[in-house]
Design a protein around this ligand. Structure first.
Ligand SMILES: *[C@@H]1O[C@H](CO)[C@@H](O)[C@H](O)[C@H]1NC(C)=O
Ligand SMILES: *[C@@H]1O[C@H](CO)[C@@H](O)[C@H](O)[C@H]1NC(C)=O
Ligand SMILES: *[C@@H]1O[C@H](CO)[C@@H](O)[C@H](O)[C@H]1NC(C)=O
Ligand SMILES: *[C@@H]1O[C@H](CO)[C@@H](O)[C@H](O)[C@H]1NC(C)=O
Ligand SMILES: *[C@@H]1O[C@H](CO)[C@@H](O)[C@H](O)[C@H]1NC(C)=O
Ligand SMILES: *[C@@H]1O[C@H](CO)[C@@H](O)[C@H](O)[C@H]1NC(C)=O
Ligand SMILES: *[C@@H]1O[C@H](CO)[C@@H](O)[C@H](O)[C@H]1NC(C)=O
Ligand SMILES: *[C@@H]1O[C@H](CO)[C@@H](O)[C@H](O)[C@H]1NC(C)=O
Ligand SMILES: *[C@@H]1O[C@H](CO)[C@@H](O)[C@H](O)[C@H]1NC(C)=O
Length: 478
């Protein structure tokens, strides 16, 4: 399943490629121009506020090459043909998630609000939970004065992948060169989403005594941890009190005062290059770690032993005794310090695997890939947001009122109980609309790939319930 999103991103990208900048209001000869590469003009809306008349123009690939987020331009209809960017991506934001706004295609959906203001969406807006990437989409509710009033992303859920990770580093004199250790830390942390709601990390350095370099609650972003990790100095020391280091990490670094969260998976990574001088304590100390539910990865650096032509057998046995079971999954050895970064990939993967398996809904394909805001429509009472990626690309239509959000369940739009359904992504929500018939509000949504021929569903809302009135089938096989 991992690779399906790419195909569907391609679909939107291909659609975007069909558009180019163009003129509006030919009669008066007004023309607004922008970059073809940015897809300037992919969407256009007439707009009016207290200041006068405007044309809103979506530019979903705006910000190339490095900050390609898309945006909407406001162009005053006053003969000057000047357009300014509204800067929606900056203020369209969801708290407490690690957002990926790059490539969000803001402005690929643009509808005016009959009560003033407008709504613009970036269906490829994503956020990260650990190593997982969810493309939920986001919409921006913009006032008539171009202020973002609120951001709408019903598919975003708090990440449930949480880890408290403590690195226990041997900083004794024999570890050389030290920069290979900080480089290893950098490469490892780069792969993580460090945030108080996700992974937290702490570093403890030991030799003859123990130092807390930083606590689990010291840093709240990956960037901040990377900066701190690059500055860690080797504290040296002529003895290696590994048991003391591990015991201090267990008792102190994993304490709530230092930011450990109750009920969150505890992971320790011990990195050392020599046999300990307090090895007699190790059986007791590692037993206590087991008791506390700490999962321990142990990394043996064989560098100083190899340089001194000393047998590594005792060291390897000691480090193996520190590693959690199954040993082969929790033990790493490297021939020298410089080789540390070669194990980042597999160490990272094993830690991330923990992240995923400790949680129930790692990849459930409900709204995580929904691309909510692929289409949008203001009806009298509900705002309709097409979410083509919902339910493994069956798609759905999210309904929004000022005081209510309805995300229909996976069966709400099922229309063919008796017929055989092709197991094909139907893309419900590709287009959305509404109509008023005899004073009754009805909603209309297209699912172009339904059973290869496409279908239009016409429905009503009974409170929060979807009532399907009619379906219209397509004729052409696509
Ligand atoms: C975000 O997290 C902070 C701190 O954990 C919390 O105080 C705040 O209420 C959260 N905001 C939302 C919108 O969840
Ligand atoms: C955004 O798209 C570009 C071009 O397709 C790609 O190189 C880049 O990795 C994408 N960025 C993200 C965060 O997906
Ligand atoms: C750790 O040991 C070093 C060297 O003996 C000493 O200078 C330092 O004060 C010790 N630190 C602590 C916190 O005991
Ligand atoms: C470690 O030693 C302490 C004190 O001797 C003892 O109370 C504790 O049970 C031991 N823990 C384990 C896991 O053996
Ligand atoms: C390393 O030690 C082994 C056994 O003690 C010995 O045979 C070998 O010659 C030594 N190698 C070097 C390079 O000193
Ligand atoms: C390192 O670990 C691997 C796999 O456990 C083992 O085959 C190898 O002999 C070890 N190397 C040393 C030097 O102990
Ligand atoms: C998508 O629709 C098909 C056909 O109705 C159904 O078999 C499948 O279970 C649906 N997928 C999800 C994730 O709901
Ligand atoms: C947009 O903002 C206005 C003003 O805060 C609010 O009344 C309206 O419900 C919002 N619309 C949506 C869809 O959130
Ligand atoms: C559809 O939703 C129901 C209720 O949430 C759930 O039990 C079922 O597993 C879902 N079906 C699929 C195919 O995801």
């Amino acid at each position: 399943m991992c690779c399906a999103p790419a195909v569907h991103f391609w679909l939107l990208t291909a659609l975007l490629k069909l558009s180019e900048a163009f003129n509006v209001d030919v009669k008066n000869g007004l023309s607004f121009s922008g970059s073809v590469d940015d897809m300037f003009g992919y969407t256009v809306q007439q707009f009016e506020n207290e200041e006068g008349k405007w044309v809103l123009i979506g530019s979903p690939l705006e910000g190339q090459p490095t900050r390609r987020t898309g945006d909407v331009y406001k162009c005053a209809v006053n003969g000057q043909s000047k357009c300014t960017k509204v800067n929606l991506p900056e203020s369209t934001t969801i708290a407490n998630v690690t957002e990926v706004k790059e490539n969000m295609t803001m402005g690929s959906t643009l509808v005016t609000n009959p009560n003033g203001g407008f709504m613009a969406c970036g269906p490829l807006y994503a956020y990260r939970c650990g190593s997982l990437h969810y493309t939920t989409g986001i919409c921006s509710n913009v006032s008539s004065t171009f202020q973002v009033l609120n951001s709408i992303a019903p598919g975003v859920q708090e990440c449930t992948t949480q880890l408290d990770l403590v690195i226990v580093l041997d900083g004794s004199n024999s570890v050389y060169p030290w920069f290979s250790v900080t480089e290893f830390l950098q490469k490892l942390f780069q792969k993580m989403t460090i945030h108080p709601s996700q992974t937290q990390v702490s570093i403890v350095q030991y030799g003859e005594n123990v130092t807390h370099e930083f606590n689990l609650n010291t840093h709240s972003s990956t960037e901040s941890v990377l900066r701190a990790a690059s500055k860690i100095k080797q504290r040296g020391g002529s003895s290696t009190l590994t048991a003391l280091g591990i015991d201090t990490a267990r008792k102190e670094a994993f304490s709530e005062e230092r930011g450990a969260r109750r009920g969150v998976k505890k992971v320790m990574v011990v990195v050392t290059d020599g046999e300990s001088h307090d090895g007699y304590r190790l059986p007791n100390v590692t037993g206590e770690c087991d008791r506390d539910g700490i999962e321990t990865y142990a990394i043996a650096i064989l560098g100083s032993y190899n340089r001194g032509n000393i047998s590594t057998e005792n060291l390897v046995n000691e480090i193996l005794s520190i590693a959690s079971k199954p040993k082969e999954k929790h033990f790493f050895n490297v021939s020298e310090e410089l080789a540390l970064s070669t194990i980042v990939e597999s160490l990272g993967e094993r830690i991330f695997a923990l992240e995923a398996t400790s949680e129930q809904q790692a990849v459930s394909f409900e709204m995580e890939m929904s691309q909510t805001g692929f289409s949008a429509h203001y009806s009298k009472d509900w705002v309709m947001l097409g979410a083509v990626g919902a339910y493994d690309w069956n798609g759905t239509v999210v309904m929004i009122k000022s005081d209510d959000i309805v995300i229909p369940g996976n069966n709400s739009f099922k229309t063919m109980a008796q017929e055989k359904n092709e197991p094909l992504a139907a893309y419900l929500g590709y287009t959305v609309s509404s109509a008023s018939i005899y004073g009754e509000q009805i909603y209309i949504a297209g699912q172009p790939r339904h059973n290869h021929i496409g279908q239009v569903i016409i429905y009503q809302m009974d409170g929060r319930k979807i009532n399907i009135l009619q379906t219209l089938k397509g004729e052409q096989v696509i």
